[in-house]
Design a protein around this ligand. Structure first.
Ligand code: SF4
Length: 335
């Protein structure tokens, strides 16, 4: 197990306190104290993840469920999650594991080596770090990602992106794809709903966009929170302008959950409008998620249907060598 060290590893600010360098909260922890994410503790002068080698969720999912539509479409992926999160979104969809500490949930003992064996036995050849905020168990994710890469597998991160630049830079060389939530373009919205600042998330998105990893971005569209025409337009302008018009985007339907049960599911008309705004902004691959509609992939240049889906199943994939068979245009992603 590695101990993540930002510059000099853990920064010591007082003899008996250590600052965790994983995310911008930078919790200052006395011996035995646990951070805001409930997932990291100062033990013997080192801030370490409580869930190292102890995922509480292990499953094999369709790649499309992450959601990733431009990375190995139709393949399955071994997916693991741990307990805890550094965000506390009122609408959390996985609060039973994200808003508790690792000691409050059952777990499966799974070292990085065990994970590789499981990946090989399950014939998935890829691992997703997902379900909660994976990066609160940063050292475990990093060690797993290295082991998976050494074994010839691929790594996928599904994250809210609230992470410091140092650990992200350390993990990026091992990432093959990522789906990052961009919950709103409003700083006030991030603070009121998630308890964190917006800008570190924007930095994470920009860093992944210029890396070798395939990036897709998700917006859970919540009535009365982030569904205004202005918010959606700003969201799309940021993705198109700062990340690239070829980055696939997912507008996902909200359902009342956890502490946000005061409003209805997102109207389908709102999601359709999001799709229209995204296309007006120049985004080339726009998907609507959490709905009973199939989301096919089309060539942005000639309109050829490239990938036909039914739910999470891929019925056909016409992409050849990352290109449209109709016009030869390069298609963003890894197929
Ligand atoms: S990862 Fe957890 S312990 Fe570390 S700074 Fe963030 S909230 Fe605090």
């Amino acid at each position: 197990m590695v101990q993540y060290r930002h510059g000099m590893n853990v920064t010591q600010i007082k003899p008996d306190r250590q600052t965790c360098a994983i995310c911008p909260r930078e919790c200052s922890l006395a011996e035995g104290e646990t951070g805001n994410c409930r997932a990291r503790r100062n033990v013997g002068g080192r801030v370490a993840p409580l869930a190292y080698g102890r995922p509480c969720a292990v499953a094999i999912d369709p790649m499309e469920k992450k959601p990733l539509y431009h990375f190995r479409p139709g393949k399955s992926i071994l997916s693991i999650g741990t307990a805890g999160c550094n965000l506390h979104c009122l609408n959390c969809q996985n609060s039973d594991i994200s808003q508790v500490s690792p000691g409050q949930v059952g777990y499966e003992a799974l070292s990085p080596c065990d994970l590789v064996s499981l990946m090989e036995r399950s014939r998935t050849n890829a691992v997703a770090y997902t379900y909660n905020e994976p990066l609160v168990a940063f050292e475990y994710v990093l060690d797993c990602a290295k082991a998976v890469r050494d074994a010839g597998g691929e790594n996928v991160l599904v994250s809210a992106g609230y992470v410091n630049e140092g650990p992200l830079a350390e993990l990026l060389p091992y990432l093959d794809a990522a789906n990052i939530d961009l919950k709103t373009m409003s700083e006030e919205g991030y603070l009121s709903n998630c308890g964190v600042h917006r800008d570190p998330v924007l930095k994470t998105l920009k860093a992944i966009a210029v890396s070798d990893a395939v990036l897709e971005v998700t917006d859970l569209v919540i009535p009365g929170f982030n569904d205004s025409e202005r918010d959606i337009r700003e969201w799309c302008a940021f993705v198109a302008g700062e990340l690239g018009s070829g980055v696939p985007v997912h507008f996902s339907r909200f359902f009342p959950r956890y502490r946000m049960i005061d409003r209805p599911p997102t109207p389908l008309s709102t999601l359709s409008r999001c799709g229209e705004i995204a296309k007006e902004a120049g985004l080339e691959y726009v998907y609507i998620g959490n709905v009973d509609e199939d989301a096919d992939t089309f060539c942005p240049s000639c309109g050829t249907m490239l990938i036909k889906r039914r739910g999470f199943d891929v019925l056909s994939n016409a992409i050849e060598n990352n290109r449209c068979p109709g016009c030869g245009r390069e298609i963003y992603g890894r197929f």
